[in-house]
Design a protein around this ligand. Structure first.
Ligand SMILES: CC(=O)N[C@H]1[C@@H](OP(=O)(O)OP(=O)(O)OC[C@H]2O[C@@H](n3ccc(=O)[nH]c3=O)[C@H](O)[C@@H]2O)O[C@H](CO)[C@H](O)[C@@H]1O
Length: 395
């Protein structure tokens, strides 16, 4: 017996045995290579938070401040269009209206200028394909004239202000109910002023990615008309990176994770067999590589895997939403009308802000909503206008 066990362990521990190969691969990958390569990746389990979080957050703030200055220069140099161009006063129904909802925030970062300059430039570059798109600014600052960036932007974009419509916010409402009412106001004005087919309502710290318009073009014309997506209440174009992991369990994500293992397991098995000159199919080795690739993708970070989908608009994923955050939300005109009706009947408060309120409608009203992956905007507003934080961090 002892002799047999000795023989077996001897066979397993030979340098040519698959056990030793796979053990070495696991140790080298997870113990050496991945930590070395990924220790600066913010959304990876290998991220060295203690070393990098403070300097990286500082670096981000400094760089973002420079981007704010660049956005300021962009508009200072831009030629002011004539009045009818700026007001967007042409009488036609846009396919897509981008509404930027904004309040006065820390002046040194010029968040809204960053967002508006990116949208303006991308729309110009998009050319004829985006002829039927428009941008609207929605100023919900209690004293609209105090919003300096908006004063500059009003020469370039049409604008609605909450106070000008006589819809003054009730000073007694809490901050989160005000935020919801501001959202309702902007959505309502977007429908009233332009009557667009789709409204993309973005917060004033959500900078669009370079490919946003080609991807939206593809989604609007080819994907959103599919029967199961057509009646969605909303499409989220951003979900926080920290919540994109497989270990934030969602049925679709678990399926994606298993699919990844089932695809890469056999593939890596073939590569291994080819490299070691073994017969091609071995189920334990397939199983090992399936687990290996699943563990690697989770530990390196699903967020980074999602980036591969940017290669082509058709690769973008559309999956059922989860709760958090509303930096960029797309509504069709009928769904915007429904959302308005629902939101007016809800009262927001701390712990039940507008993002949670919108999500709660899916259960109470039997609606469906989806998120597009990867994100089509970047959230840059480290200083929140709703929650006090003097020392913001990237995580
Ligand atoms: C990145 C992220 O997770 N952002 C979410 C977080 O916002 P934040 O806490 O990051 O707040 P924020 O300063 O980005 O404000 C969100 C939006 O509300 C607007 N605003 C602000 C003050 C006001 O009185 N009226 C008003 O409409 C502001 O212009 C911006 O468009 O929580 C909000 C809900 O509370 C939303 O879910 C945001 O998507």
């Amino acid at each position: 017996m002892l002799h047999q066990a000795w023989q077996l362990s001897g066979r397993w521990c030979r340098w040519s045995s698959p056990f030793i190969h796979l053990l070495t691969l696991t140790v080298v990958t997870f113990g050496v290579l991945a930590p070395l390569i990924c220790h600066r990746l913010l959304h990876s389990y290998f991220y060295l938070r203690r070393w990098h979080l403070n300097p990286m957050s500082q670096e981000f703030l400094e760089q973002n401040q420079q981007e704010g200055q660049a956005a300021l220069r962009y508009f200072e140099k831009l030629q002011i269009p004539n009045a009818s161009e700026a007001s967007g006063g042409d009488a036609f129904q846009p396919l897509l209206l981008v509404t930027i909802i904004t309040v006065q925030r820390r002046n040194d970062f010029h968040y809204v200028l960053q967002v508006a300059s990116h949208f303006h430039r991308l729309l110009q570059n998009c050319g004829a394909r985006c002829r039927s798109h428009r941008i609207l600014l929605c100023n919900v600052e209690s004293d609209p004239s105090s919003h300096q960036d908006v004063r500059l932007l009003s020469s370039f974009f049409p604008m609605v202000s909450r106070d000008k419509t006589g819809e003054n916010p009730d000073p007694r409402v809490n901050q989160f109910e005000k935020e919801k009412q501001d959202y309702v106001f902007c959505l309502q004005q977007s429908l009233l002023v332009y009557n667009p087919e789709y409204i993309l309502i973005v917060e004033d710290d959500a900078v669009p990615e370079e490919e946003i318009f080609p991807v939206l073009q593809h989604l609007l014309l080819a994907r959103f008309s599919k029967p199961y997506l057509r009646d969605a209440l909303y499409f989220k174009l951003y979900h926080p990176e920290r919540l994109q992991r497989y270990f934030n369990p969602e049925p679709m994500r678990i399926l994606e994770w298993l699919g990844l293992g089932m695809f890469l397991g056999p593939m890596l098995n073939c590569v291994y067999c080819w490299a070691t000159g073994r017969p091609s199919l071995s189920w334990p080795i397939v199983f090992f590589f399936a687990l290996y690739s699943m563990a690697l993708s989770e530990l390196v970070g699903r967020h980074y895997m999602l980036e591969l989908r940017r290669l082509a608009p058709a690769l973008y994923n559309i999956v059922p939403v989860t709760e958090c955050c509303t930096p960029a939300m797309l509504f069709s005109a009928p769904s915007a009308h429904r959302a308005l009706g629902y939101l007016k009947g809800l009262h927001c408060r701390q712990g039940f802000a507008k993002d949670i309120a919108l999500y709660s409608l899916l259960r109470t009203k039997g609606e469906k909503a989806y998120v597009v992956e990867p994100n089509l905007v970047r959230h840059v507003g480290m200083y929140s206008s709703l929650r006090l934080n003097d020392n913001p961090k990237l995580l």
